[in-house]
Write a protein that binds this ligand. Structure first.
Ligand code: ADP
Length: 486
């Protein structure tokens, strides 16, 4: 079948800039689609962290000092490029110091919407200058939500771009890019304002993600269950009706795992490797984790790990009551790596202080330590309120670290509740978002741990699961082809 021309836009892509799963997914799409033989080009902002870590970026001829007006301000951007590791796909960084030279990837600055409007417009202008006519523009999250509308309006008569199909992928519907309707002139679409949501305009707002959902040829999200949840339940966070209007075009494709990075057999961050047939290396990682976390437990006691953004989404509120009770009643260690809201960092810091022998809390972004937690823990706790896909539960499965998850979104699609009776299942799944449910789940998994024979079966089941991107990316490929043929 003919190779596709694909243009991927994302506000973050590993290994250049990352705050969460979006970066992992964007990077995996670029590499895996390119390695299927497609002509993949990706655009992202040139943040200071990229400039610092990649002094070898090459200016793209014909795309230097390009003027672009947003509202009443004229900006200048240049494209610099690099080839994505282990692929032939170019990544184009949009260099616009006036908008992107800020220490954090995301800000609360008044011109936040302009930063990503510029990314979106620069990708379109960049394609023009490169003479690249994508079959599909793949937009990710609110940052790139205006692209489908631009293809219909500003670029609607451009022979190179007007025929492109557009896919809007929602990685987390909580972030919608809502701005004041006073920003409408910044969009640069003139009289096509009428294509914005009239209800929102009447309320004085413009919603970037909603605009993307309304105007894209197709909408996808990162797991089948989350696709249903955002259409049918309050997890749609106000966009349920808009999504339902397009329900024949909304699909869920589970994220994959980059097993080059996340496989205990060759994990670059581990010094002791292991595989399902021989788990001795896992025990060595557990010893190292216990030592690094300064815990006073033995390797025979169960060790629970968490790696997470500390935000309301992640279900930490449930743990305020559950964890102190569980620590009182049961004998286990706990290592938590996470940063975010103060109420959660305070909670874990307090817990670690009160149970210094058994609880360790580290608050920073630490990729190597995240790998050690996955490898050295017995159990991984992920009690999310909602979870579009979630990656850590899939990493955990590969490391024989049994996930305890709530039955929502991608957690529901990737973890199957274990039945010690017939030996089927890969983790512990609880339904209700409440304290008794999470308490039940942790008690249950600790009971399983105490029965070595069924624990070994459970670990083998978990490690046999395959969520590799090479599989999942075929679903995107099929979706692109469906869009093109429609
Ligand atoms: P989300 O995108 O909602 O944060 P995901 O589970 O999809 O959740 O992806 C989170 C990614 O970020 C994972 O790769 C996880 O290991 C990583 N991560 C989160 N917090 C940290 C941290 N403090 N240190 C290192 N990695 C982290």
């Amino acid at each position: 079948m003919a190779a596709l021309k694909l243009c991927i836009l994302s506000s973050e892509i590993v290994p250049y800039a990352k705050t969460g799963g979006l970066a992992d997914v964007a990077g995996a799409l670029v590499r895996n689609l390119a390695n299927l033989g497609h002509d993949v080009r990706a655009f992202m902002p040139l943040y200071p962290v990229v400039r610092r870590n990649h002094p070898d970026l090459k200016p793209v001829p014909g795309a230097q000092r390009v003027a672009l007006s947003i509202g009443d301000t004229e900006y200048w951007f240049s494209l610099l490029s690099i080839t994505y590791p282990k692929s032939d796909a170019p990544i184009y960084f949009v260099d616009c110091p006036a908008l992107f030279d800020r220490e954090l990837l995301y800000t609360f600055d008044a011109d936040e919407h302009r930063r990503f409007l510029l990314l979106t417009r620069a990708a379109l202008e960049g394609c023009r200058r490169l003479g690249f006519a994508p079959d599909v523009f793949h937009c990710n999250d609110w940052h790139t939500g205006f692209l489908p509308l631009y293809v219909k309006t500003l670029y609607g008569l451009d022979p190179l771009l007007a025929h492109a199909k557009t896919l809007m992928t929602i990685h987390n519907i909580a972030f919608q890019g809502v701005m004041s309707s006073a920003a409408a002139p910044d969009l640069g679409i003139g009289a096509a304002w009428s294509l914005l949501d009239p209800g929102d305009m009447a309320r004085g707002v413009i919603n970037s993600l909603k605009t993307g959902i309304k105007h894209a040829h197709c909408v996808s999200t990162v797991s089948p269950t989350y696709a249903r949840e955002i259409c049918e339940t309050p997890l749609g966070m106000g966009l349920q009706a808009t999504l339902r209007e397009r329900s024949d075009r909304v699909v869920g494709i589970l994220n994959g795992v980059d097993y080059e990075e996340w496989d205990p057999l060759h994990d670059p961050h581990l010094s002791a490797h292991f595989a399902a047939q021989d788990l001795r290396g896992k025990l060595i990682n557990k010893e190292m984790l216990i030592a690094t976390a300064n815990l006073k437990i033995s390797t025979s006691q169960p060790l629970i790990g968490m790696v997470t953004r500390l935000s309301e989404q992640k279900g930490i509120d449930l743990l305020f009551d559950a964890l102190p009770e569980l620590l009182h009643a049961r004998d286990f260690g706990l290592v938590v790596l996470g940063s975010g809201d103060e109420k959660y960092t305070d909670f874990f810091a307090g817990l670690a202080q009160r149970h210094a022998d058994r609880v360790n809390f580290i608050t920073r972004f630490d990729e190597p330590f995240a790998h050690l937690i996955e490898a050295g823990s017995d159990i991984f706790l992920m009690p999310s309120r909602y979870e579009p896909c979630g990656l850590n539960q899939m990493y955990s499965l590969r490391y024989g670290t049994i996930p305890v998850v709530r039955n929502t979104g991608g957690l529901a699609d990737s973890v199957e509740h274990f039945n010690p009776g017939n030996g089927h299942g890969t983790g512990c799944v609880f339904n209700d978002y409440d304290v008794p449910a999470v308490r039940w789940a942790v008690n249950t998994v600790l009971d399983w741990y105490a029965a070595p024979h069924s624990w070994a079966t459970l670990q083998q089941n978990a490690m046999a699961k395959d969520f590799s991107w090479s599989r999942q990316v075929r679903e995107y490929e099929a979706l692109y082809r469906l869009m093109i043929s429609a």
